[in-house]
Write a new protein. Structure first.
Length: 149
């Protein structure tokens, strides 16, 4: 499933955030980006992960990082999730899975014996030149900021 590795150029992407605006990787050229993929808004693990990033957002900003979340949820669901938990960063609606597929994080999963397709929780730290600096594929949702920083 994972075809990207540290040092690779991050795949170019284009997606819609909760406001309806388009966002691309090119908009982050010259900045560091924490691009985190998560399965679903407002679920326990995804909420813990988002709140960990929210609670340490100033530390990310102080180190020159921008943060973007990606899930298959709609922009409308992202609006509710951001408002409910006062998330200071944007969330990309990857409803067609194009971004998840480009990063190699969409694929077969199993939960309670049921097989299905979904996002594998993964974070990519992308440097100022658009290269993948780090890949975190064993995410500790409650302490994710510490893993990244």
């Amino acid at each position: 499933m994972f075809h990207l590795k540290e040092g690779d150029a991050a795949p170019a992407f284009s997606g819609i955030i909760e406001t309806g605006a388009n966002v691309t990787l090119d908009q982050y050229k010259g900045k560091k980006l924490v691009l985190y993929f998560y399965p679903k808004d407002d679920t326990p693990g995804c909420t813990a992960q988002a709140c960990s990033l929210r609670d340490n957002y100033q530390s990310f900003m102080a180190r020159g990082y921008e943060v973007l979340g990606v899930s298959p949820d709609s922009p409308k669901k992202h609006v509710k999730f951001r408002e409910k938990f006062a998330l200071p960063f944007s969330l990309i609606a990857d409803e067609d899975h194009s971004i998840s597929n480009a990063f190699g994080v969409w694929g077969p999963k199993k939960f309670m014996g049921r097989a299905y397709e979904g996002i594998h929780r993964t974070t990519f730290v992308i440097d100022e030149q658009g290269r993948i600096e780090r890949i975190i594929d064993k995410v500790d949702t409650a302490n994710h900021s510490e893993q990244v920083l």
